[in-house]
Design a binder for this molecule. Structure first.
Ligand SMILES: [Zn+2]
Length: 323
């Protein structure tokens, strides 16, 4: 019995041993099949790739294990819901590879621009102040009867304006100038002259009857005020080259009446010279003669003698021209 007992113990031991071995083998086998480790390569759209060790086979799981998030504009091959294939590669790429069309602007280059590259063209804004000349206006007060003297009621004052120019220089030489703006800084003030075409009582006593006739002929007319270079002449040979005193108009020249003027003033034009208002004619003259060298801003006053013509000399006088 003792040997039977010994045998059975031995058998039990063997069975336990074998069982343990079997359990061990099974455990290892199961473990080995479960941990089927794969090396998977993930390719990113930026161009780099990484190899990861994983026991997962589903693409989404492998990506999740590696904290790889797929962006909305990216696609994955193989699909995230499928398993990795034999290549063991997961490729992430951009959904659409957009071709950026770079529109080329073809600029037309003008000759000026080409030249501009070789010569220096500069542009400046220049501001200039320019005087605005005043105007002379006349006011005839003869009809009012009270004021009879000629006088300046208001002195003329030039105005001022600012002109802004855009000036182009080519090698410091001005080549173009355009007005950008014009601003009046100061308006000009008109010169107002009061004219009385009536003879003052003082000069009336000395005034020839013809002066009154002249005045009457221009009554109601508004004269043009002209500054004349005024000189005098007589009928002598030195002054006219002849001695008969017959004027260009055919009339006999009369002292304090006849003036010679340029062609701009027709024969018969009445000229009143305020500066000579104290003369026998009250300053009233009639264009009756022509002179060879008489331009439009010149008159020659006929005098009775050569000496008085010389004495008169040459003066710039304001003349009221009745045309
Ligand atoms: Zn003379």
């Amino acid at each position: 019995m003792k040997t039977d007992e010994k045998l059975s113990i031995r058998i039990i031991r063997k069975i336990v041993f074998i069982s343990i071995i079997l359990i061990c083998i099974l455990t290892i086998g199961v473990k080995a099949s479960k941990s089927d480790v794969n090396y998977v390569t993930i390719v990113f759209p930026e161009g780099y790739e990484t190899t990861v060790m994983t026991s997962s086979v589903k693409v989404s799981d492998i990506l999740a294990e590696n904290h790889t998030i797929i962006l909305p504009d990216e696609k994955v091959y193989p699909d995230v819901d499928s398993n990795i294939d034999l290549s063991k590669t997961i490729t992430i790429s951009k959904l659409t590879e957009e071709t950026v069309v770079v529109s080329e602007q073809v600029e037309s280059i003008t000759t000026e621009e080409i030249l501009g590259k070789y010569v220096t063209v500069t542009e400046k804004i220049i501001v200039e102040q320019v005087e605005i000349p005043y105007e002379t206006i006349t006011k005839d007060v003869s009809k009012e009867g009270t004021e009879t003297k000629d006088k300046v009621l208001q002195n003329g004052v030039n105005g001022l304006k600012e002109i802004k120019y855009k000036v182009k220089y080519q090698d410091e030489v001005e080549i173009e100038r355009t007005v950008v703006s014009e601003t009046v800084i100061k308006e000009p003030v008109d010169k107002i002259i009061q004219i009385s075409t009536k003879i003052t009582s003082r000069s009336a006593s000395r005034t020839t009857a013809s002066a009154e006739t002249i005045q009457a002929s221009v009554e109601g007319m508004t004269p043009k005020v002209v500054n004349m270079n005024t000189s005098a002449y007589c009928s002598c040979a030195r002054c006219t080259g002849k001695t008969n005193g017959i004027t260009s108009s055919g009339a006999q020249a009369k002292e304090w009446y006849t003036v010679a003027a340029g062609k701009g003033y027709p024969i018969g034009t009445v000229i009143y010279i305020p500066a000579l208002a104290n003369k026998p004619n009250g300053g009233w003259f009639v264009v009756e003669d022509r002179g060879g060298a008489i331009s439009n801003n010149r008159i020659d006053i006929y005098m009775g003698s050569h000496s008085s013509a010389i004495t008169f000399g040459r003066r710039n006088l304001e003349c009221y021209v009745y045309e």
